[in-house]
Design a protein around this ligand. Structure first.
Ligand SMILES: [Zn+2]
Ligand SMILES: [Zn+2]
Length: 355
């Protein structure tokens, strides 16, 4: 009996060993599961944070484009454009975030703090805070991003293939000309027809008829001819002609920044943009006319539209193509007084001058 008792006790102990091993393994598995859960949560939090961050500039550009295109359609300015665009981006971001919360249970907040001009005038700066929390893990991130106004090919920043990288139009001409007729848009240019001349005439400007059938750029595009004085350096003003025909924009101390343009301002306190408004080619000569810089033409404050001297940049079959520049803008673009004379006069002048 005693022997039997020992054997039974020994067997029972042997039988317990696998159970103990199994228990240990299970405990370990539970531990492992916990740590991988933590890793999964951390991964999810960072993944979602990165995803929201990547989406801010995409949604911001979409908002700026939609807002601007609405101004082009209606001619109605967007008062307080910075705040209105900020609100619209916030709404789009909230829609995006609610999707994340429903799918993952992660608590996420993204506050668009501000929308403003950037140090680069061809960009808008978006400042936001992303806060994410799940279980014991939380993650806060302050993000400052630059959204380009100029049309871009996809870059690393905008990797979504479905996203359209279209150009953004200049809203200012549509706001300023709203009550004077309809602007036509063709091949990336605005054709003014009689609209701009009636606008100038109603502002009491002489020689307004020079701007009958004039045109200007539709989209914000950065002029590549830098420094700007190089516009006047080339043979027969080829660079100026190229700039005018491509409808490029330039940095300007006087001209309004993009967000103020949306508000219908031609000039503002920020560093801004300017482009040429180009009279149609004619066979009649004008030596002076309203200056062809957009912030001069669209400055509708009383007596603020000043004249410029004729700069002929091209002629063909007795049709002369010219813009009008005051001394300040002539100097900025490297166009001296001699450029305002016809080609024959310039070559005569050069022959007469020994230097
Ligand atoms: Zn240019
Ligand atoms: Zn401004």
């Amino acid at each position: 009996m005693d022997d039997k008792g020992y054997v039974m006790g020994g067997l029972a102990f042997l039988l317990m060993i696998p159970s103990i091993i199994l228990l240990l393994v299970l405990v370990n598995m539970v531990n492992l599961d916990d740590s991988s859960n933590i890793m999964m949560t951390t991964d999810t939090v960072f993944h979602i944070s990165g995803d929201v961050e990547r989406n801010i500039p995409i949604l911001a550009r979409q908002t700026i484009k939609e807002t601007t295109e609405n101004v082009v359609q209606t001619g109605n300015p967007v008062p307080n454009s910075r705040e209105i665009i900020r609100n619209r981006i916030q709404t789009k971001i909230n829609d995006l975030i609610s999707g994340y919360h429903n799918n993952t249970g992660v608590n996420i907040r993204c506050n668009i703090l501000s929308v403003d001009s950037s140090s680069d005038l061809f960009e808008i700066e978006i400042n936001s805070i992303i806060s994410i929390q799940k279980d014991n893990i939380s993650h806060n991130r302050n993000v400052i991003q630059k959204v380009p106004l100029v049309g871009l090919k996809p870059t690393k920043m905008f990797s979504e293939e479905s996203y359209q990288f279209n150009d953004i139009p200049d809203p200012l001409p549509f706001i300023k000309c709203k009550n004077y007729g309809v602007l036509k848009v063709n091949m990336g240019r605005i054709s003014y027809g009689s609209t701009l001349s009636s606008y100038l005439s109603s502002n009491g400007v002489k020689n307004y008829s020079v701007y009958e059938n004039s045109s200007s750029a539709l989209y914000i595009k950065k002029c590549p001819f830098d420094p700007y004085i190089s516009h006047g350096n080339s043979n027969k003003l080829q660079t100026l002609k190229n700039c005018i025909e491509n409808g490029y924009y330039h940095e300007s101390r006087d001209g309004a920044c993009f967000l103020c343009r949306l508000e219908g301002k031609a000039i503002c306190n920020h560093y801004g943009l300017e482009t040429f408004i180009v009279p149609a080619g004619t066979n009649t000569r004008f030596s002076t006319a309203p200056c062809s810089i957009d912030h001069v033409i669209f400055n509708d404050e009383k007596n603020r539209i000043y004249n410029g001297e004729s700069v002929e940049y091209y002629s063909s079959f007795n049709i002369y193509f010219r813009i009008f520049l005051d001394n300040g803008h002539g100097t900025k673009y490297g166009i001296s007084n001699s450029d305002t004379l016809s080609e024959n006069q310039i070559s005569n002048k050069k022959i007469k001058q020994p230097e």
